[in-house]
Design a protein around this ligand. Structure first.
Ligand code: FES
Ligand SMILES: [Fe+2]
Length: 391
């Protein structure tokens, strides 16, 4: 780690009792060098959310995504499997796919038309042996396919583990699955609606600030007066799932009553918990929400130290929930969340600007309401510190 930017003492100040802890220093929010460090030493070593399965809507579909400056591409093959590759042609290094879209069985490079299968195998090298000669002695296509990235799926999100060494995604997400089994065993019923179920917001903020903001309900009454009416602050509790997941929950989420929606609900959701909802940040960059009649997931796409794209996808309970009959109900849910996440923009952008001040040195935490936010800082400081130990 570039340890001239963050001292070990600063990390120790984060990794202490919440009553006296500081947050991560300003450099972690503004430095290009630390942004690359986080990509290579923090996010690459765990599972980061990359793309929704629904963003690859049909077989033979490719979707390029730059992940913190690394060109990647998600490809859904004719076998319906989604694979992730480094988006770079083996020949002269052109990005292979530049726009999301379908391909006709072979993905062709725009430069010299080398072609790859959806499984990443190189299968066409036009003119490699001279005009009209498509093979050449000593060149074996089997050695030069696309370079795969380890990936797996949870709640409709394709996660990537760039260094390839993290435990299986199933094990990684087991604490959340176990926790949410107290509400339902039917998470696999969740279905994204094909249209009007997603949002895209661009925020002038480091990726960590939307995570921190999502972790707490502390700001609810002032920032979200609408939400606070059907899910008030005093009904919220902190939620620490495990060392890399925290957030908050509500004991009284009554949007369906307020908005008059009648969406299908999880059939095994306990009656006494029907108004409960939970909001979990799955570090590093995925935010999840679960209610009795819908769920949502947000992928935070860290574009640069000061810019993040938030992509949200709503998911409803069972196939009938995405039929036309429920279109208005789905719209009501989407616009409620749209209002909430738009209201948060000024907060995360403000915190980003505040971190330009030398007078701010990580800030303070409410020992009562900021526990889940501090938990995220603890996790992050541990990752930074581990690098000191390795160095
Ligand atoms: S760079 Fe892709 S075919 Fe030449
Ligand atoms: Fe908020």
């Amino acid at each position: 780690m570039p340890n001239n930017l963050i001292s070990i003492q600063a990390l120790d100040e984060v990794m202490t009792d919440i009553g006296s802890a500081r947050g991560m220093p300003n450099a972690a929010y503004h430095s290009e060098e630390l942004f690359r460090f986080e990509r290579d030493e923090v996010l690459s070593k765990t599972w980061a959310g990359l793309v929704f399965e629904s963003e690859l809507p049909e077989p033979n579909f490719a979707h390029p995504i730059d992940f913190m400056g690394l060109p990647l591409v998600a490809v859904r093959g004719a076998d319906d499997q989604i694979r992730i590759f480094h988006n770079v042609c083996s020949h002269r290094g052109m990005p292979l796919v530049s726009e999301p879209g379908t391909f006709a069985g072979t993905i062709r490079c725009a430069y010299h038309r080398w072609g790859y299968t959806a499984a990443g195998a190189l299968r066409a090298t036009p003119n490699i042996g001279g005009a009209g000669v498509h093979t050449v002695e000593g060149f074996d296509c089997t050695n030069h396919g696309l370079k795969p990235v380890r990936s797996a799926s949870f709640m409709g999100i394709i996660f990537v583990n760039l260094d390839g060494n993290a435990p299986e995604l199933d094990a990684h997400t087991a604490p959340i699955k176990n926790r949410w089994e107290k509400f339902t065993n039917h998470m696999n019923q969740l279905t994204p609606a094909k249209s009007a179920s997603s949002l895209r917001l661009e925020v002038a903020s480091n990726w960590k600030l939307p995570v921190e903001n999502y972790c707490e309900a502390h700001h609810l009454p002032w920032v979200h007066p609408g939400l606070n009416r059907y899910s008030p602050l005093e009904q919220h509790f902190n939620l620490i799932v495990n060392e890399y997941a925290s957030g908050q929950g509500s004991l009284s989420y009554t949007h369906s009553e307020v908005a008059g929606t009648t969406l299908p609900k999880f059939s095994d959701w306990p009656e006494e918990k029907k108004s409960h909802a939970e909001y979990i940040s799955l570090y590093p960059n995925v935010l999840l929400g679960l209610q009795v009649d819908h769920a949502f997931a947000i992928i935070l796409d860290p574009v640069s130290p000061g810019k993040t794209i938030e992509r949200l996808e709503l998911q409803f309970v069972g196939k009938s929930a995405i039929e036309q009959a429920f279109a208005e109900c789905r719209d009501a849910v989407l616009s409620a969340w749209q209002e909430v996440f738009a209201e948060d923009i000024f907060a995360v952008e403000g915190m980003q600007r505040g971190r330009l001040s030398p007078a701010f040195k990580g800030g303070l935490f409410s020992p009562v309401l900021d526990e889940s936010t501090h938990h995220f800082h603890l996790w992050l400081a541990r990752q930074y510190r581990a690098d000191y130990v390795r160095a």
